[in-house]
Design a protein around this ligand. Structure first.
Ligand code: GUN
Length: 286
């Protein structure tokens, strides 16, 4: 049976470290404000935002909560971002995605000051990742790297397979694992489905981020492999599940993240860590 990677416990440790950093910075007169912007009334997004604001409170991060109507124009949203960019008390800006369809997400992300981009979505920060320079990293893959490290799983020389190629998870994940000297394969919606099982079976580290409930089953997993499940899906009974069929996978894997209690809590905790990082960056402490 696989070791269960306890994302909840690790996330609590990451939040504790972030809170200590924030307290240190406050003692030097540096406020670590986070602005969270939610446009429209998507219930899922509203739930995520509430959770992020709770995390801020726990970590001593002063948060500003901007709830804008779905009818908000591109100009209004850009003006808010510019105002937050210029606000010295705000070290981090998070615009919850997805935005209503009439709004241009790329333009909004590009308008955020890269030093305040605590999501790590800005082209400059993704470019820094490509070039191996320090910078703000996207929370989900950054959290996964923390998990691997905490469980003594060194990617160097291992075969890592990432299923999914989003800009938020799959692509930055592949770059972070590459930076740690793994050999990388990225499978995606155009990968020959007859090849997918074989590709997954080659993985010493398998990251599932495709958004298809329980797509990856036990026989696709190399015995002893580390399986990281980024999925937040619903199964046929409406129950929360991941992209990995946990019941069959845990019999084969060496280590595996559960859903819930795996990647999700770590993603949220890394946001807190990024806020502290952003504050240091803006104050010449990094
Ligand atoms: N929507 C889903 N995940 C995320 C995230 O990590 N950050 C933001 N801003 N929006 C999201």
């Amino acid at each position: 049976m696989a070791t269960i990677i306890d994302g909840k416990k690790l996330a609590a440790e990451v939040r504790e470290r972030a809170a200590a950093d924030v307290a240190d910075l406050a003692a030097r007169g540096i406020a670590c404000g986070l602005a969270v912007v939610l446009v429209g009334d998507d219930q899922g997004s509203a739930t995520y935002v509430r959770a992020k604001l709770r995390d801020c409170e726990e970590c001593g991060i002063p948060s500003q909560d901007y709830k804008l109507p779905a009818s908000t124009s591109q100009e209004e949203l850009m003006e808010l971002v510019q105002r937050l960019n210029a606000d010295a008390g705000i070290v981090g800006i998070l615009v919850q995605m997805p935005l209503p369809r009439h709004l241009d997400e790329e333009a909004v992300v590009a308008a955020i000051d890269p030093k305040k981009d605590v999501d790590g979505f800005h082209p400059e920060n993704l470019g820094r990742l490509v070039r191996g320079l320090p910078g703000l990293r996207p929370c989900t893959p950054a959290g996964i790297m923390e998990m691997l490290d905490a469980y003594g799983i060194d990617p160097a020389g291992k075969n890592a397979v990432i299923v999914g190629r989003s800009s938020i998870v799959g692509k930055p994940m592949s770059l972070m694992l590459l930076a740690q000297n793994a050999t990388i394969s990225v499978a995606h919606s155009h990968t020959d489905p007859r090849e997918l099982a074989r590709i997954c079976q080659s993985a010493d580290i398998l990251v599932a981020a495709c958004g298809i409930p329980k797509m990856i089953k036990g026989p696709w997993i190399k015995p002893g492999a580390t399986v990281i499940d980024v999925g937040m899906d619903r199964d046929e009974n409406g129950k929360l599940c991941g992209d990995v069929d946990f019941a069959s996978a845990e019999l084969v894997a060496g280590a595996i993240t559960p859903v819930p209690g795996g990647v999700g809590p770590m993603t949220r905790a890394m946001l807190m860590s990024n806020v502290a990082f952003a504050a240091k960056l803006q104050n010449g402490l990094i």
